[in-house]
Design a protein around this ligand. Structure first.
Ligand code: GTP
Ligand code: MG
Length: 694
């Protein structure tokens, strides 16, 4: 048993996409990071800590990566972390049902010579397929500890912890001996292992080359350099081709070793020797992985293999090209209808509470205090807070779509539409994530491998109605279209989707014409989401909604209240003056100065639209009964359409700038959004007026 020694260790969690890294990270550190059933959920490094035998373990959750030769920006995050940062050990998570494919990465990681532990996750699914895993054998073949787990069900966590403790303690005493490179030492001699050793020797010998690589990648070992170089890593190849003292000799020695390999393989000497070797090495490494998997996996004799595959059955309907899309629309419609119906139940109780507080506030002295409480704080932030149940319910339902595996299906169903826009179906996932919040959605574009795709997707995302817009829709829909509220909210979301697709189409016909091939995404199996996880993740997001209401929105509410009371209340206030200077722009849409100020303040955060209306219409009672008395139905519709389409909040713009790397895309997004919003609101208002006159 390891001693107590109050040390801090850093441990990196690495694995291929969608293998459960974040689930493990959350389970160990008690965090609540984004988990979803599709590859590419985590796109940034996340850090958390937990205690292990008196030591503090700093765990790093990294984006999934298929190999150490990255294809997309999120994969590069993991590679860069491994090559540049300091860490004491690696937990390599493998998905048991795809053990073979996942070991490909394990070998690359092992080359780093860092203490390493293999966690084979999703044993529940693996066993349901009638398979058995011999962990002892696997451990012996890899030369490192192996733990069989089912993180989601909490299985294997304790064993993982004790193995990790042992690994850290042990490696602390004798780091070299426990190096992951052992895995290679177990392999039978072959032309590949010989070439690896030869190339490693050449690379060690050339100190100039070493120091160049080491300045950029301090943690890389010559052995990893050799392996990745042979697997065709273009990044490393650049170093070997650089002009530096001794570079000629380096190239010669590398070539000599490679030629010798070709001779052993009886390959004809081709000009494309590097490509030939990269391919052979890929095949070799997969072969090794297959051999190991075959030795460790046994099939249970008593298992009923004829059992119907549920996933395949559901997919027959959901992925069917003609039915798939209507099914998706129905699913989304049900999502909003349920949000609305369930939310209504809670709202009624909350409204009673809010009214009670209002009554107390109205009796307070002095008068300004009563006013700031009633109109500023309760009318502003209170009205936003009131709508919390809707936000929670939507996040809860959305997390079901995410964790069940349906989200990944949507990417497939929409693949042909996306292709028409010159995008890959995979780009649809960030779009759907936009329903939650545009900020993480914009970050998710990192999983797209092509710059043009990223820009196109990031200009489409703002049209996906985020959870901050939901309360505004709900408020208006409830106030003006009581019986059709769910349908109205759905139509607004749908309008956003259409506008997004239209934007993508327009871009593909004008400034971003290139089509992208894109990579093929994996289809994860369906999984029954755990209610507890759904609850936790939606609660985390709802909490940040509440915090936002209590901070930014509260602050803004008070500021707006002040501006609306200075120098005198109402139509002569400073705010009214400000509103009026630009109100002419919105006159054709029927918006008064209060609604105009609402749109302005909505730039900060969309929920503030509600606060603004609450404060400026000086509502003391229920905002939803007040609105229909001051706004006509066509104007309300136009206002909603405007809110769907106009600029996302400031935070979104900032992220858009960093993710696309250029401010000009954010500027284009704002201008285009405003343009589209204005035109559409204008049309909607006039059509609605005509219809109502009939
Ligand atoms: N059946 C089963 N599912 C699991 C288990 N662990 C995680 N999952 C599910 O696997 C999916 C992916 O989990 P994540 O933790 O997001 O995976 P990740 O490795 O962080 O994925 P990326 O960040 O996309 O690379 C989720 O739907 C989890 O609920 C497990 O032990 N058994
Ligand atoms: Mg993750």
């Amino acid at each position: 048993m390891p001693r107590m020694n109050n040390k801090t260790y850093t441990v990196a969690v690495i694995g291929q996409p969608n293998c459960g890294k974040t689930t493990l990270f959350n389970a160990l550190t008690g965090s609540n990071q984004y988990v979803g059933n599709w590859p590419g959920v985590t796109v940034e490094k996340k850090t958390g800590t937990f205690e292990l035998n008196g030591n503090s373990i700093e765990l790093q959750d990294l984006p999934g990566t298929y190999s150490l030769i990255p294809w997309s920006a999120d994969e590069k995050v993991s590679r860069d972390y491994l090559f540049t940062e300091h860490y004491d050990a690696i937990i390599n998570i493998l998905e048991a049902p795809h053990l073979e494919r996942q070991l490909y990465l394990t070998f690359q990681l092992a080359s780093l010579g860092v203490p390493m532990l293999v966690a084979v996750n999703m044993m529940d699914e693996f066993e349901a397929e009638g398979k058995l895993l011999d962990t002892n054998r696997l451990s012996a073949l890899l030369g490192m500890p192996v733990v069989a787990m089912s993180v989601r069900l909490g299985r294997g966590l304790e064993e993982l912890k004790s193995q990790l403790a042992e690994l850290l303690e042990f490696s602390h005493q004798n780091r070299k001996e426990h190096a992951g490179k052992k895995a290679f030492a177990q392999l039978a001699a072959s032309p590949e292992t010989e070439l690896l050793t030869a190339i490693e020797a050449v690379m060690i010998e050339n100190t100039m080359f070493q120091s160049q690589v080491k300045t950029d990648y301090p943690q890389i070992t010559p052995f990893t350099e050799a392996l990745l170089y042979l697997l065709g890593d273009t990044g490393l190849k650049c170093y070997t081709e650089q002009q530096m003292p001794g570079s000629e000799k380096l190239e010669q020695s590398l070539l000599a070793a490679k030629l010798e390999y070709c001779t052993k393989k009886h390959a004809r000497q081709t000009i494309k020797i590097d490509e030939y070797i990269a391919e052979e090495f890929g095949i070799w490494l997969y072969g090794v992985a297959r051999g190991i998997a075959r030795e460790c996996i046994k099939l249970r004799k008593d298992h009923d293999y004829a059992r119907k595959n549920r996933s395949a059955l559901i997919d027959k309907v959901v992925l069917q090209p003609v039915i798939g899309l209507p099914v998706f629309l129905v699913v989304i419609f049900l999502l909003f209808q349920t949000t609305f119906t369930l939310g209504d139940i809670f709202i009624n109780y909350l409204e009673i509470g809010l009214e009670y507080i209002q009554t107390i506030a109205s009796k307070l002295q002095p008068a300004w205090l009563s006013s700031i409480l009633q109109h500023g704080i309760i009318g502003g932030a209170g009205n936003v807070l009131l709508l919390t149940p809707y936000v929670f319910i939507m996040f809860f339902l959305l997390s079901f779509l995410e964790d069940s595996g349906y989200m990944a299906r949507i990417a497939f169903v929409t693949d042909h539409i996306m292709h028409k826009l010159g995008l890959h179906g995979r780009a649809f996932i960030p779009l759907v994530m936009g329903f939650g919040c545009n900020v993480p959605a914009l970050m998710a574009i990192r999983t797209l491998d092509n710059e043009k795709d990223k820009i196109k997707a990031s200009l489409m995302i703002p049209f996906m109605s985020c959870s901050a817009r939901l309360p505004v829709y709900v408020l208006f829909a409830g106030a003006f279209f009581k019986n059709y509220a769910g349908l109205v909210v759905f139509s607004l979301y749908f309008t956003g989707i259409v506008a997004g697709i239209f934007t993508g189409w327009l871009l593909s016909k004008t400034i971003i014409r290139e089509q992208s091939e894109g990579v093929i995404m994996e289809l994860p199996p369906y999984r029954m989401p755990l209610i507890k996880n759904m609850f936790l993740s939606s609660w985390t997001k709802t909490k940040s909604y509440i915090v936002k209401a209590g901070t930014i929105i509260l602050g803004l509410s008070i500021l707006l209240w002040l501006l609306s009371y200075y120098p005198e209340q109402g139509a002569n206030s400073l705010l009214a003056g400000m509103g009026r200077t630009i109100a002419w722009l919105f006159k054709p849409l029927g918006f008064d100065w209060i609604m105009t100020v609402g749109l302005l303040s909505g730039f900060v955060a969309k929920e503030v639209v509600i606060s603004t209306l609450g404060i400026l219409y000086a509502s003391t009672g229920d905002l939803s009964t007040l609105l229909p008395t001051v706004i006509t139905v066509p104007t309300a519709l136009a206002y909603l359409v405007f809110i769907v389409l106009y600029t996302p909040c400031v935070a979104t713009l900032a992220v858009m700038k960093t993710e696309t790397g250029k401010a000009r895309w954010a500027v284009l997004s704002v201008s285009w959004g405003l343009f589209l919003a204005w035109i559409s609101a204008f049309i909607v208002r006039h059509v609605a007026q005509l219809v109502m006159q009939l």
